[in-house]
Ligand binder design. Structure first.
Ligand code: NAD
Length: 512
């Protein structure tokens, strides 16, 4: 029988332009003098996008402020109906938007689609939430009084997002902000302008169906850091959710603090896993390999440090090395590919630098280096690297946004917890163990110091139902599920006297 040879995927730029057209992105957003929107798959320029000028950014914030003043008066469940329609439009556009994520951010097909699914999921969550923005009734010490708390819309919510989750991070914030009665001004990564434009077109379709959405409820500012700074500095924006590197957070955080605005900071991670003596090694192997190599190591929750107990090291690490050497690297649109391209040359250079430093610190590097076979010649594809380190030092202590996994031996449980927590970031973490004492200790007050601590699954890939975010240099912000919505609203405590006297609190006497 003839073996069919898979056809080469369509040229990237052509495919992306066809999707933009289908999703209704107007031609007016493009201009020959604009910022080039590249695909990391082939390095091709898909389009030139007109950037937002500082004056336009300020006008957009003014429109969003005016929109907020209308939107806050619409009952929350009705606002939820708008978000329900966004979810419906996302369902209809899932294949196209997911593919565009693949083309622009380089994620493999299932992850591109998964990112859009996350957007749909948070919309569903927010619709339910729109009828559950509860406050409390609180016991008061004064007779014939009632005390309660109420939650009110806050204002314009600024959203700054990173390239690696180009649209899901926007939705975690925007879906909640909209039901909470806020308007949104979004500054997407300058590396992923096309998916932002497509998302805006999708929201506009939902707005048309809803009717009565005030102009300016969603504004998008296209450009680099300077345009993000305008958003951060504007006193009409009481809350800014900023996702990106810790370096970005160090610039943005103090500016927001100086004007007493709220900051939801979602910054870098340096996530670790521990493989204990009792671990199910087959399960651990799968969990580790996906968490470390998936998305070409470009997730904030990517596994970067692995501590393996000395008693299982020689059974696990050789198998892991085998998986590393056989992983499929290539065009992320092809079936069976796990590792697509890095976002750009700077990311690849950063990976090379970290590997050199690791070698200098006594590390033994397996894999690494540029992968240029066939259609990968024009993008920055890297072979994932597994680095056996004698100890945790040098580049192991920081995040390099690329597929590098540092592997270290340990002997003592308490000591490994200390090492686990001895880095700046505090986003995600895991332990692989069947020992109940170790598992419970790891997620207890004296265990992992991260915002996410898992047992017997890798650190990457969270669900929207939980609050997402991390501690320390990860910034402390929480997004998505649980009670993350509270950051997008202001709380008022109300006391009502329905009696005929005026008792004062704390027994204070005052006569007139
Ligand atoms: P980045 O920090 O380079 O850029 C992120 C965004 O911040 C971009 O939109 C950028 O234009 C903007 N920005 C940068 N400096 C700014 C400033 N001074 N003022 C205003 N805006 C500014 O990050 P990146 O390379 O796009 O993304 C990768 C990083 O993001 C990694 O460190 C990763 O761990 C992190 N990340 C964190 C999470 C999380 O939820 N914790 C999620 C995704 C990515």
């Amino acid at each position: 029988a003839l073996k069919s040879v898979p056809a080469a995927p369509a040229p990237v730029a052509e495919e992306a332009r066809a999707i933009l057209k289908r999703l209704g992105v107007p031609d007016s957003v493009f201009a020959p003098s604009g910022r080039p929107a590249l695909s990391p798959i082939s390095g091709e320029t898909v389009a030139h996008v007109r950037e937002t000028t500082p004056e336009e950014a300020k006008a957009a914030i003014a429109r969003a402020d005016a929109a907020f003043k209308v939107w806050r008066r619409i009952p929350a469940p009705k606002r939820g109906e708008f978000v329900r329609l966004i979810g419906e439009e996302l369902r209809a556009a899932k294949d196209d938007l997911g593919r565009l994520v693949t083309l622009e951010a380089g994620k493999v097909t299932s992850e591109g689609l998964g990112e859009v699914q996350e957007m749909i999921d948070i919309c569903d969550f927010a619709v339910g939430l729109s009828r559950q923005l509860y406050g409390l009734t609180i016991a008061t010490e004064r007779a014939d009084h009632r005390m309660m708390e109420t939650w009110h819309p806050l204002g314009v919510c600024g959203v700054i997002s990173a390239f690696n989750f180009p649209v899901a991070v926007w939705s975690w914030n925007a879906a909640l902000a909209f039901v909470c009665g806020d308007s949104v001004v979004w500054k997407p990564s300058e590396k992923t302008l096309l998916t932002a434009l497509a998302t805006k077109a999708i929201v506009e379709r939902a707005a048309k169906r809803f009717g009565g959405v005030p102009e300016g409820l969603l504004e998008v500012l296209l450009g680099g850091r300077e345009i993000g700074e305008i958003l951060v500095d504007d006193h009409r924006v009481p809350v800014v959710s900023a996702t990106g590197s810790t370096a970005m957070g160090r610039q943005v955080g103090p500016k927001l603090a100086a004007r007493f605005a709220r900051a939801i900071l979602e910054l870098g991670g340096n996530n670790a896993a521990i493989v204990a003596p009792s671990a199910d090694l087959d399960l651990a192997l799968r969990g580790i390999a996906f968490a470390a190599m998936g998305t070409a190591g470009q997730r904030c929750t990517t596994l970067r440090r692995l501590f393996v107990h000395e008693s299982v090291y020689d059974r696990l690490v050789p198998r892991l090395k085998k998986v590393y050497s056989s992983v499929t690297i290539g065009d992320p649109r092809r079936e069976g590919v796990l590792v697509g391209p890095l976002i750009d040359k700077a990311a690849f250079d950063g990976m090379e630098r970290a590997l050199d430093e690791a070698r200098a610190a006594g590390g033994v590097v397996h894999g690494g280096g540029r992968y240029t076979d066939g259609e990968c010649a024009n993008g920055f594809y890297a072979r994932p690297a597994l680095v056996e380190m004698p100890e945790q030092k040098g580049p192991v202590l920081r995040e390099t946004f690329a597929p590098i996994l540092y592997v270290m031996r340990y002997t003592d449980f308490e000591d490994v917890i200390a090492q686990h927590n001895a880095v700046g970031a505090g986003l995600s973490s895991s332990i692989f163990t069947l020992d109940m004492r170790e598992a419970e200790t790891f997620i207890s007050a004296v265990g992992s110091d991260c915002g996410i601590a898992n047992v017997n699954i890798g650190p990457s890939g969270a669900e929207i139902g939980g609050a997402f975010g991390g501690e320390k240099e990860t910034g402390g912000g929480r997004e998505a599920g649980s009670d993350a919505w509270k950051a997008y609203m202001r709380r008022a405590t109300n006391t009502i006297n329905y009696g005929r006297t005026l008792p004062l609190a704390q027994g204070v006497k005052f006569d007139v």
